[in-house]
Write a protein that binds this ligand. Structure first.
Ligand SMILES: [Zn+2]
Length: 351
């Protein structure tokens, strides 16, 4: 299966290959066809990604004033090879009639503001990189991608998934892949790849919690709730909490993400389980944030942001554990409440 299958030339997508493969086995020919098209789009986009991964600095078009500079394109249902498409909205333009264009514009702006306000970061590369999005990519495409240069969003098939710009955390997830690429640039396979997915999920989620000012206790810990289509029974794509995001769904089956090291996936699918084993570290983050209390973007988010900048491209789970514990001890005291809560959260997931 060609979806996101080569770690060196990866395309970073929100819908993991195992979801598309389950859909490709559906008895409904229309659902099968959409799944196959999404799988083909991943292979198509990976060719672009291959040339860009090695040179993220070249792909970064700078914003002149170091302020947010958003460009949203309409791909007009063409494939990934014809990106970005026709320019539909720039930073100075008012709202347009196309909801997907406005969502990509607004959500990428909120993500920029999140990183700028909380961490003093000027865009994905810290140097004013333009935020480029293409919407209406492919025909009823069931995925969203970061290709090393820009975001690309499908419209969804309208039954299992709806348009991928609808969810702020999905947009924040894709953009955070861009941040990771300019920091530790975690290799997209096995544990380092699961950490890449983990950071994208954590900061995607925190962007939404920050925007809606939700504390860890009151917040939703679901990723992609808004992109679930009317015929799908899933609550979301992923759940940081102890529950399943979907169970016995006719299109997606049951959520396979582990929440503990004893259930860690050790096979080769999904680049060695990058969207699967991220569930273990996601759940530890959830337990830590709930234990510390207050808004998760403050203490836990700040520790995770610093950790993301300290890790290297081949870091694994043990490196994240050691790095976050070191930061927590330095910021909040050795054996202080925060440090102890973090150590407990890691222990709770078997790390
Ligand atoms: Zn991702």
């Amino acid at each position: 299966m060609p979806t996101c299958s080569c770690p060196r030339h990866s395309l970073l997508c929100i819908i993991p290959p195992y979801m598309l493969e389950t859909m490709a086995g559906s008895s409904d020919p229309e659902v099968r066809d959409w799944a196959v098209r999404a799988i083909e789009a991943s292979a198509d986009a990976r060719a672009t990604r291959r040339t860009l991964r090695a040179m993220p600095a070249m792909a970064a078009a700078m914003s002149p004033g170091g302020e947010r500079q958003r460009l949203v394109y309409d791909a007009r249902h063409q494939g990934m090879s014809s990106l970005p498409g026709r320019l539909a909205r720039t930073e100075s333009d008012p709202k347009v009639s196309d909801a997907a264009v406005n969502e990509a514009f607004d959500h990428s702006g909120t993500t920029y503001d999140f990183y700028s306000t909380l961490f003093g970061r000027n865009s994905l590369d810290g140097n004013g990189m333009r935020l480029i999005s293409s919407v209406h990519v492919g025909a009823s495409l069931n995925n969203a991608f970061w290709n090393g240069q820009q975001m690309a969003y499908g419209d969804g098939d309208g039954r299992v998934f709806v348009r991928f710009t609808a969810s702020l955390d999905v947009v924040g997830h894709e953009l955070t892949h861009g941040v990771v690429a300019h920091e530790c640039n975690l290799v997209y396979e096995a544990e380092s790849g699961a950490l890449n997915e983990h950071f994208a999920d954590v900061f995607g989620l925190l962007v939404r919690q920050w925007k809606s000012r939700q504390t860890a206790a009151r917040a939703s810990w679901l990723i992609g709730r808004e992109i679930i289509g009317p015929q799908c029974t899933a609550r979301a794509l992923r759940d940081f909490g102890p529950g399943l995001a979907y169970e016995n769904d006719p299109f997606l089956g049951s959520d396979p993400q582990p929440k503990h090291m004893r259930h860690k996936y050790t096979g080769t699918d999904d680049n060695g389980g990058v969207h699967l084993n991220s569930g273990i570290v996601n759940h530890a983050f959830y337990r830590f944030a709930r234990s510390v209390g207050g808004p998760a973007w403050k203490i836990p988010g700040a520790i995770w942001y610093e950790a993301m900048r300290k890790l290297s491209s081949n870091s694994g789970f043990a490196d994240l554990v050691a790095t976050t514990e070191m930061i927590a001890a330095a910021r909040h005291g050795q054996d202080g409440t925060v440090h102890r809560a973090l150590r407990q959260a890691w222990r709770d997931v078997g790390l």
